[in-house]
Design a protein around this ligand. Structure first.
Ligand code: SF4
Length: 249
């Protein structure tokens, strides 16, 4: 396994790899700006933001530039989403979140839960979490390339569920990496943990690295059994586009 979760940026300022001035899909139901944090310790084969993975890459924007932009959007946006990469890898996340909260914004966070301790420390400042679950927890390394990564994700998911903070758990369904049987096992794990809001999103080719994708990435998606999502309070199947949201009955 090449990737590692031991990468520890030392910068005291949040390292930013990109900024979306306006998004209607990064936080469902909210008008938000999205701050893309630089760096990720995992190496998912289907990553759509591989340029955000290198932890030591030059930031595309300084935090002060980002903060000045957000300040100018007060009253025009509902919230700000910290996405990545993996935002919780950065020690500077906590102060950045507090500063943006101080501007009056609600705060969303996208995370895969790879650093449970830092996730726990920032959770009280978060209004909504988009939490990526990659696979049945024992099978995480198949997706992330990191041994025992499922243990970290499971610990973080438990923290999230205990917090009472609004969330959506989401899984990318890649036809060569997850079977219908895997998805049933994962669903049952999530239900037994108490997950109520769950979305399955079909793998999209856009932005991925062709040399990192499994060879049979173009095969049809596995068919989920009828009623797959019935026991969640809210279940969505996003077939091919982040904006094409289809409630499943
Ligand atoms: S956890 Fe997210 S950012 Fe990191 S490699 Fe996987 S998909 Fe990419």
């Amino acid at each position: 396994m090449n990737a590692t979760t031991s990468v520890k940026p030392t910068s005291t300022e949040l390292r930013v790899g990109g900024l979306a001035h306006l998004s209607t899909c990064d936080w469902p139901g909210e008008l938000a700006a999205t701050v893309f944090c630089q760096g990720c310790g995992w190496d998912c084969a289907y990553c759509h933001n591989p340029h955000l993975r290198p932890t030591g890459a030059e930031p595309q924007l300084s935090w002060s530039e980002v903060f000045a932009f957000l300040k100018s959007r007060r009253g025009l946006l509902d919230g700000v989403v910290f996405s990545g990469g993996e935002p919780t890898l950065q020690p500077a996340l906590f102060r950045a979140v507090q500063a943006v909260r101080g501007l009056g914004f609600r705060i969303g966070l996208h995370t895969a839960g790879m650093t449970p301790d830092r996730f726990a420390s920032v959770l009280p400042c978060i209004d909504w979490v988009g939490f990526d679950v990659k696979a049945p927890f024992h099978a995480y390394s198949r997706i992330t390339g990191v041994d025992h990564s499922g243990d970290k994700a499971l610990a973080s998911l438990r923290l999230l569920l205990a917090s009472g903070i609004a969330y959506e758990v989401r899984t990318t369904l890649h036809p060569a990496l997850l079977s219908a049987e895997d998805m049933v096992e994962l669903r049952d794990q999530l239900l037994s943990l108490g997950v109520t809001h769950y979305a399955v999103q079909h793998f999209r080719l856009a932005g991925t690295r062709p040399n990192r994708l499994p060879p049979d990435s173009h095969q049809p998606q596995p068919i989920l059994p009828p009623g797959y999502g019935d026991r969640f309070h809210h279940f969505y199947l996003r077939r091919s586009s982040l904006t094409a949201v289809t409630p499943e009955s």
